[in-house]
Design a protein around this ligand. Structure first.
Ligand SMILES: C[S@@+](CC[C@H](N)C(=O)[O-])C[C@H]1O[C@@H](n2cnc3c(N)ncnc32)[C@H](O)[C@@H]1O
Ligand SMILES: *[C@@H]1O[C@H](CO)[C@@H](O)[C@H](O)[C@H]1NC(C)=O
Ligand SMILES: *[C@@H]1O[C@H](CO)[C@@H](O)[C@H](O)[C@H]1NC(C)=O
Ligand SMILES: *[C@@H]1O[C@H](CO)[C@@H](O)[C@H](O)[C@H]1NC(C)=O
Length: 248
């Protein structure tokens, strides 16, 4: 065979290969121009990892609040939460709290807050295990167990509580604020217990997805980790307990 690589032939090959790779370069440019389209990452929680992702699609803070209210105010669901679910869920919460009492993370004399308590099943459970000074907080109040408040801006003074429980971390649009407010309203040495889902994605009302406890360790930067353990808490699989430092 006698192939002669003439200059025009090489030039033609070069141009053709350039044309063929054009779509690839266009795709690359588009990708580089829109890096934040899919997830707004939590800056402080992404030191090289991807274990906490804020869900896209909330056009404004008000849209986020409206979405939360939409479910919480649903009359049919409220009926279920205060009847059938009431007797089913309170004993389960009570066992979690009894266990935390045995571990000395909660006492009968503790002033306790449940963050995102909805109709207050967990508050009722706290009271049943003897923690009488306990209250819940939610966007929608449910007197006398639950007062109105946004967990991104808790309506309580610094250093109010000995103990805070929450199973709604996944509803936080601003996890730094959610945790910052818990650390602010806890007393020095106060305990925060979270129930979170690591292995399962929560429902469409969630605002973030958590894939490991690492982001929580970063967020609770005024506390020490007490324990991480498996639980079976209504779809939430992991209990994480923190103790706030003595000095703020
Ligand atoms: C999955 S429910 C949890 C209910 C309750 N903790 C229980 O286990 O029965 C989530 C709750 O978080 C509340 N929530 C969502 N965003 C909130 C916010 N920014 N501040 C306070 N509560 C909020 C909702 O209103 C809803 O009641
Ligand atoms: C609230 O829920 C209703 C029906 O469940 C739906 O039609 C409406 O679009 C929802 N609104 C928001 C703000 O999500
Ligand atoms: C703790 O984290 C918050 C945000 O979650 C940040 O604003 C603050 O600077 C951090 N503080 C320390 C001491 O790292
Ligand atoms: C409450 O705590 C926050 C954060 O820990 C701090 O910035 C603020 O100054 C404190 N407010 C008062 C009144 O002590």
């Amino acid at each position: 065979m006698n192939i002669t690589l003439t200059k025009p032939f090489i030039l033609r090959c070069f141009i053709v290969s350039l044309l063929l790779s054009l779509p690839f370069f266009l795709f690359l440019i588009l990708l580089l121009l829109s890096p934040q389209q899919h997830y707004r990452h939590v800056s402080i929680a992404t030191t090289g990892n991807d274990n906490l992702r804020i869900r896209p699609g909330y056009s404004s803070y008000d849209a986020y609040i409206q979405r939360q209210l939409n479910k919480t105010l649903n009359p049919r669901l409220r009926k279920i939460w205060t009847t059938r679910d009431w007797d089913r869920k309170i004993p389960v919460f009570a066992r979690f709290f009894e266990d935390l009492k045995e571990k000395k993370l909660l006492q009968k004399g503790s002033k306790a807050l449940c963050v995102g308590a909805r109709v207050g099943q967990e508050v009722e459970a706290l009271r049943r295990v003897g923690v009488s000074d306990s209250i819940g907080m939610d966007l929608v109040p449910y007197p006398p167990l639950v007062v109105k408040g946004d967990f991104h801006n808790q309506p309580f003074d610094n250093g109010t509580f000995d103990f805070e429980f929450s199973n709604v971390f996944d509803h936080a649009l601003y996890p730094e604020r959610f945790v910052g407010e818990i650390e602010r309203t806890l007393k020095p040495n106060g305990v925060c217990v979270l129930h979170v889902a690591l292995s399962r994605r929560a429902d469409k009302y969630s605002a973030n997805d958590l894939y490991s406890v690492d982001p929580l360790l970063t967020l609770f930067n005024h506390s020490a980790l007490v324990h991480v353990r498996a639980v079976d808490g209504f779809g939430l699989d992991t209990e994480v307990a923190f103790r706030k430092n003595t000095l703020g």
